[in-house]
Design a protein around this ligand. Structure first.
Ligand SMILES: Nc1ncnc2c1ncn2[C@@H]1O[C@H](COP(=O)(O)OP(=O)(O)OP(=O)(O)O)[C@@H](O)[C@H]1O
Ligand SMILES: O=P(O)(O)OC[C@H]1O[C@H](OP(=O)(O)OP(=O)(O)O)[C@H](O)[C@@H]1O
Length: 306
């Protein structure tokens, strides 16, 4: 929308924080599209009004979203589980949905060519990271366990990005950074020696919501986004099977609550319809064929509420 934005324009609207760039940005836009949350972002403006709901989207750095939501400045947000912990906001926000993207691990990495074998070897040395709180706590425990005194403890230095270059540049003996495919780590001649945590993108709301009137709208958005996520994760599997083989068949495709069983004109046979996780689909089809199921059909879901 092209009107100037001020507090009155936003009055009463639910504020929904979306990562403004980086790994999570595009995926969040796809989710909003799937949930039919319509907007036009004007000239890189970081706040924009949703056209079909009383919502305003606020585009923020992913790392700032936990504290905006935790302090109640915005009502809802999408960010990584990792940055919630780094911002120490886990007791101030509620993670309502895991979104199935932005999956990565926060790992301690050291040069392939060096002599460091494990995290104890790194104690007392130099770590570079963008996760100074998590890395700091992690090495504080190691230092304490090893009885290291002042002046002997591990040093943690913050950098905002390109963490993987720190060892080659002589800034660090090890790094704490995110790993997904492992390509960045391998290209930088590093390997992981420990994992601090696993992360994925999550939908969060404030643990102490400031605006009670927004509760139904928050529930509606959450339900819509859950539908988009489930539609990506599941397919519908339909097939015919002999009544005598039904219990073996439904053990293979138990569905989310229970499969739908419909009678056929041929009384010896029934039709079964069931949601199956995409990741299990090929295996489920093989096993259905083995027990004599026929006419096995798979349907993708555009959207759903489950
Ligand atoms: N390689 C990756 N694979 C999957 N998810 C990732 C990866 N790197 C980061 N993420 C997730 O995306 C979040 C944002 O990371 P990204 O590197 O895009 O941050 P950024 O561009 O520095 O953003 P900002 O500065 O806005 O926080 C991370 O906290 C993590 O949850
Ligand atoms: O295991 P991979 O699939 O290679 O992904 C890991 C890389 O992705 C992230 O950085 P990003 O590319 O977002 O850039 P940044 O260094 O500027 O944060 C992370 O910090 C790693 O460098």
């Amino acid at each position: 929308m092209s009107m100037p934005l001020d507090e009155t324009t936003l009055d009463g609207r639910l504020l929904f924080a979306i990562p403004k760039k980086g790994r999570l940005h595009e995926k969040c836009l796809e989710l909003l599209n799937g949930a039919d949350i319509q907007f036009r972002r004007h000239n890189r403006l970081d706040v924009c009004l949703v056209l079909n709901h009383p919502i305003a989207l606020v585009f923020l750095p992913a790392s700032d979203i936990p504290s905006f939501v935790g302090k109640g400045n915005v009502d809802l947000g999408i960010t990584g589980h990792d940055v919630i912990l780094e911002a120490q906001m886990e007791n101030h926000v509620t993670e309502t949905l895991r979104l199935g993207f932005g999956k990565c691990a926060l790992q301690v990495q050291v040069p392939d060519s060096g002599s460091i074998q494990n995290v104890d070897d790194l104690a007392g040395k130099r770590i570079v990271t963008s996760f100074e709180v998590l890395a700091g706590n992690y090495f504080k425990e190691i230092d304490a366990r090893l009885g290291r005194l002042d002046g002997e403890r591990t040093t943690i230095e913050y950098v905002g990005g390109s963490v993987e270059a720190a060892c080659a540049l002589g800034l660090a003996d090890g790094i704490v950074d995110l790993v997904e495919s492992g390509e960045t780590m391998r290209a930088a001649g590093l390997h992981a020696i420990a994992t601090l945590l696993q992360s994925e993108a999550v939908l969060i709301k404030s643990s102490v919501p400031k605006h009670a009137h927004l509760t139904p709208l928050i529930a509606m958005i959450t339900s819509r986004i859950a539908g988009v996520i489930a539609a990506r994760k599941y397919v519908v599997c339909e097939y015919n099977v002999r009544r005598a083989d039904l219990s073996a068949a439904t053990a293979i495709t138990p569905g989310r609550r229970a499969p739908t069983i419909s009678p056929l004109e041929d009384v010896e046979w029934v039709a079964v319809s069931s949601m199956v996780e995409k990741a299990r689909m090929a295996d489920a089809m093989d096993r259905l064929v083995e027990i004599g199921a026929e006419d096995i059909l798979i349907f993708n879901l555009d959207n759903c509420r489950v």
